[in-house]
Design a protein around this ligand. Structure first.
Ligand code: GLU
Ligand code: ZN
Length: 297
């Protein structure tokens, strides 16, 4: 078993991160496996070396160990480009020049007054640029616009090459936000409707969370992806990308989110709940384990 913890160095780690990291670590240790760390720093406008240093410090303090050197997404941009180029050639991508506002306006236009449909990536893309696309634009991967996955083609292909015929699936050993567990099956139609044409390469980054996470989990040989249940729906995007790239689908283990006293999920900006704060207040790593409901080390 190979698990991982994949934080973004954009703020302090809090109790929710500790829960995710310890769970992934302990799951691997029980099986005699490996726990890996990956720094998800593709958003260079928000990632800071100080936060990366704090991540190592906090995780070491918690008593976790991982092989070095760690994978850093900012060093993998060539790998992402290569796979994008491949999808572009196979006509699974289209250029999108819409602003956030364009998407919002186009998505609300048909049903004036009703709220646009929201998927795991925000408002479901209404298809403006897909309908205007032109394939007579040459083999070079465009870098002057965002690139979206043409979900209709992608999900249909994923359904066709999947072992179960039209149904696409993955195995969940934790649970989604509505208790989903076991064999999770979904259809191309469902994904086209509830997720849509997600951005695979942002103009300013040349990649996206979805593309990078899929390629990196495969490159690191991750067998069990342990992460918060807020990413359960996004897993469907990841499985479709794995099919398109002929990559294995790991087992997924989504876990509950750690909430504050008012039931609100913890965010990066909740500095009061930063691990380093607990530590300076005298808490021990086993206190942290107890706080998040995990057995002592
Ligand atoms: N960098 C992502 C986050 O911090 C990781 C998501 C994942 O584990 O797939 O939310
Ligand atoms: Zn567009």
């Amino acid at each position: 078993m190979i698990t991982r913890f994949a934080p973004s160095p954009t703020g302090p780690l809090h109790l929710g991160h500790a829960y995710s990291a310890i769970l992934a670590h302990d799951m691997a240790m029980v099986e005699g496996g490996d726990f890996l760390l990956r720094i998800e720093d593709i958003d260079q406008s928000r990632a800071r070396p100080e936060w990366e240093a704090h991540i190592y410090e906090d995780l070491e303090w918690l008593g976790l160990w991982w092989p070095k050197p760690v994978m850093r997404q900012s060093e993998r941009l060539d790998a992402y480009q290569e796979r994008l180029q491949n999808l572009w050639k196979r006509q699974y991508l289209f250029r999108c020049t819409c602003s956030r506002r364009d998407v919002q306006e186009a998505a609300s236009a048909p049903q004036e007054g009703t709220a646009p449909l929201i998927g795991p990536d925000g408002i479901i893309y209404p298809g403006t640029c897909r309908e205007n696309r032109s394939f007579a634009i040459g083999p070079a991967l465009p870098t002057d616009a965002a690139l979206r996955l043409w979900m209709d083609r992608a999900a249909t292909m994923a359904g066709e090459i999947h072992e179960n015929g039209k149904v696409i699936s993955f195995t969940e050993t934790g649970h989604g936000p509505n208790g989903e567990t076991g064999l999770i099956e979904f259809t191309a139609e469902e994904v086209i409707e509830t997720i849509g044409d997600v951005v695979l390469a942002r103009r300013d980054m040349g990649t996206s969370y979805h593309l990078s996470v899929v390629l990196d989990d495969a490159a690191q040989g991750i067998t069990h992806v342990v992460r918060g249940e807020d990413l359960f729906e996004a897993t469907k995007i990841h499985v479709i990308l794995q099919r398109l790239f002929r990559l294995p689908t790991p087992t997924y283990h989504h876990h509950r989110l750690i909430r504050d006293g008012n039931g609100k999920r913890l965010a990066k900006r909740d500095d009061a709940r930063a691990l380093s704060k607990y530590r300076s207040d005298g808490a021990t790593p086993n206190d942290i384990r107890r706080l998040v409901g995990l057995p002592a080390a």
